[in-house]
Write a protein that binds this ligand. Structure first.
Ligand SMILES: [Zn+2]
Length: 460
C-alpha cells in the first residue's frame, strides 16, 4: 500500500516534470511557427496568384489545370522530399453563357432578377423556359402538393437558412437538400424547372451555385435548376402573394461533357523515424466558377502548403511522413478525395492523421475531431498551448469532405474551424474573391494547422 503510494507520487512528479518540459518546448516551437507565419508567411502571395492570375478552378477546366501546374511548381520550390501528381478522372460541366431571368407579372411587364445555374444542371430549352411558379419550403411539401399542383410549373424552393444557429454550417446543412435534391424531387411530379433560394444568410444580389443531383432520373426527365439571390427570392415570394399567376422566365446554356483527366497535387516531407506512417494536411484545389474560389477553398490549399513550408523554414524534421494534398473535384464529385484514399489503401500506406481546411480563410477558432475517445483526450490536453493564439474550440465532430474517405479505426480526422459567421456571404458566389480574404486571418489559420500537426507528429 505504502509502496504503491510512493510510486504514485513519483510517477505524478515525473509526469508533471515531463509535461512541463514538453509544454515549454512545445510552446516555444509553436511560437516560432506563428512568428514565421505572421512575419514571413507565403500563403497570401500564393492565394493572390491562384485567385488573380488563375481564377475560378472548376473541375475539368483549363483554370483547374493551370492551378495543378502552379501549385506543383511552388511545392517543388520548397525543397520537399517528393512532389508528384496523382491522376484522377473528373466530371466536366460548363456554365455556358451568363444566365438570364425575369419575373413577368403581366404580359410584357417584367423585372429581371439574378440567378445562376446549379452545378450539374441541364440547360433550359433553346430560348429559355417560362412557366407559372409554385413556392414551397421543403421537399416534403412537393409530395403533399402532388402532380395536380406541380405539373408544368417551376418549383421555387424558398426555405431560408436559419439565422439563430450560431454555427452557420448547421444552418447550411438544414437547407442544402433543396439545392441538392430539389430538381430531382420536383421532376418526379412533372415540374418543368426549379429555382432555389441561395444558401446565404445575408440579403444581397449574389446567386450562390453548388452541386445538385438528378439521381437515376432518365436524361429526358431532367429539368433545369438555378439558384436565385436572397434579394431575388424575397422579391419573387412577395410578388407571388400579390400575383399568384405570375410567370418566371430563365435561360441557361450549361452542359455536361465526358469525364476528363485531372490530378491531386501532393508534396511530402518523409518521416525521419516512421517514414511509412502518414500525416495529411490539405484542402481542395478545385472551386466553383462564379468567383475565384479564394475562401472555398484556395485558402485551405495555401494554408496546407504553408504548413510544410513552415516546417522547412523552422527546420523541424518530422518523425512521420507529412503530406500536403491538394484534392481535385471536391465541389462536384469528390473524385480526388476518393482516389487518394483508394491509392493509400492499395499501397497499404498507414495514415494516422489527416487535417483539412475547407471552411473559409477566416480567423481560426479551433478544430473538430473525428476520432476515438482516447485520442481525443490526449489531443484536448494540448488545448492550453493554443490559448495565446485565441484558438479554443476543441470538439468532437466532422472533419472534411476530402479526407473523409480515409476514415478507418484509429485514424484521427480533423477539420480546421474558423469563424463561420461571414462564410456564407461568399460561399459559391461571385464575391468569393481574393479581397474577401484577410491576410492575417489566413496566416493564423495556417499557423494553427502547423502547430497541431507538429504536436501530433511529436507526441502521438
Ligand atoms: Zn470547399
Amino acid at each position: 500500500m505504502k509502496n504503491l503510494f510512493f510510486l504514485a507520487i513519483i510517477s505524478l512528479v515525473s509526469f508533471q516534470t515531463y509535461s512541463q518540459n514538453v509544454n515549454k518546448e512545445d510552446s516555444l516551437i509553436i511560437k516560432k511557427i506563428y512568428d514565421t507565419a505572421l512575419l514571413e508567411g507565403k500563403s497570401y502571395d500564393w492565394l493572390d496568384y491562384l485567385s488573380n492570375q488563375i481564377g475560378g478552378r472548376l473541375s475539368g477546366s483549363l483554370h483547374a489545370e493551370k492551378a495543378v501546374k502552379y501549385t506543383e511548381t511552388e511545392l517543388k520550390e520548397l525543397g520537399l522530399d517528393k512532389v508528384w501528381l496523382q491522376p484522377v478522372m473528373v466530371p466536366k460541366w460548363t456554365r455556358g453563357a451568363k444566365e438570364y431571368a425575369y419575373i413577368e407579372t403581366a404580359p410584357g411587364v417584367t423585372s429581371t432578377t439574378d440567378i445562376c445555374a446549379l452545378g450539374g444542371s441541364v440547360s433550359t430549352p433553346l430560348g429559355g423556359l417560362k412557366a407559372q411558379v409554385i413556392e414551397v419550403t421543403s421537399l416534403d411539401e412537393i409530395e403533399k402538393l402532388g402532380e395536380e399542383n406541380i405539373k408544368g410549373k417551376i418549383v421555387f424552393y424558398n426555405r431560408p437558412m436559419q439565422a439563430n444557429l450560431i454555427q452557420t454550417f448547421k444552418a447550411y446543412g438544414g437547407c442544402v437538400d433543396q439545392r441538392y435534391a430539389g430538381a430531382m424531387e420536383a421532376a418526379k411530379y412533372g415540374a418543368v424547372g426549379v429555382v432555389v433560394r441561395s444558401m446565404n444568410l445575408r440579403k444581397d444580389d449574389f446567386p450562390h451555385t453548388g452541386s445538385m443531383t438528378y439521381g437515376d432520373l432518365a436524361p429526358n426527365l431532367r429539368i433545369p435548376a438555378c439558384a436565385i439571390s436572397t434579394n431575388g427570392a424575397n422579391y419573387l415570394s412577395s410578388t407571388l402573394k400579390l400575383q399568384p399567376k405570375l410567370k418566371f422566365y430563365f435561360n441557361q446554356t450549361c452542359r455536361t461533357f465526358p469525364d476528363v483527366q485531372s490530378y491531386n497535387v501532393i508534396g511530402e516531407i518523409t518521416g525521419s523515424e516512421n517514414p511509412n506512417k502518414f500525416i495529411v494536411v490539405g484542402g481542395h484545389l478545385d472551386s466553383w466558377d462564379l468567383g475565384d474560389g479564394s475562401h472555398d477553398d484556395g485558402a485551405g490549399c495555401v494554408q496546407s502548403m504553408e504548413v510544410l513550408r513552415l516546417f522547412k523554414k523552422i527546420n523541424y524534421k518530422p518523425k512521420n511522413s507529412i503530406r500536403v494534398v491538394l484534392f481535385m473535384n471536391e465541389e462536384n464529385g469528390l473524385r480526388g478525395g476518393k482516389k487518394y484514399a483508394l491509392d493509400a489503401k492499395n499501397k497499404k500506406e498507414d495514415h494516422i492523421f489527416a487535417l483539412e481546411s475547407d471552411a473559409g480563410g477566416f480567423s481560426p477558432q479551433g478544430f473538430s475531431f473525428d476520432c476515438d475517445e482516447s485520442s481525443f483526450k490526449k489531443i484536448v490536453s494540448w488545448k492550453q498551448l493554443f490559448k495565446p493564439y485565441l484558438v479554443h474550440f476543441f470538439e468532437k465532430g466532422g472533419s472534411g469532405a476530402d479526407i473523409g474517405p480515409l476514415k478507418k479505426d484509429g485514424i484521427v480526422l480533423v477539420g480546421l474551424r474558423p469563424d463561420s459567421q461571414r462564410y456564407f456571404d461568399y460561399h459559391h458566389a461571385a464575391n468569393d474573391i481574393f479581397e474577401a480574404v484577410n491576410k492575417r486571418e489566413l496566416e493564423l489559420g495556417g499557423a494553427a494547422m502547423a502547430s497541431l500537426v507538429y504536436l501530433f507528429d511529436t507526441h502521438f
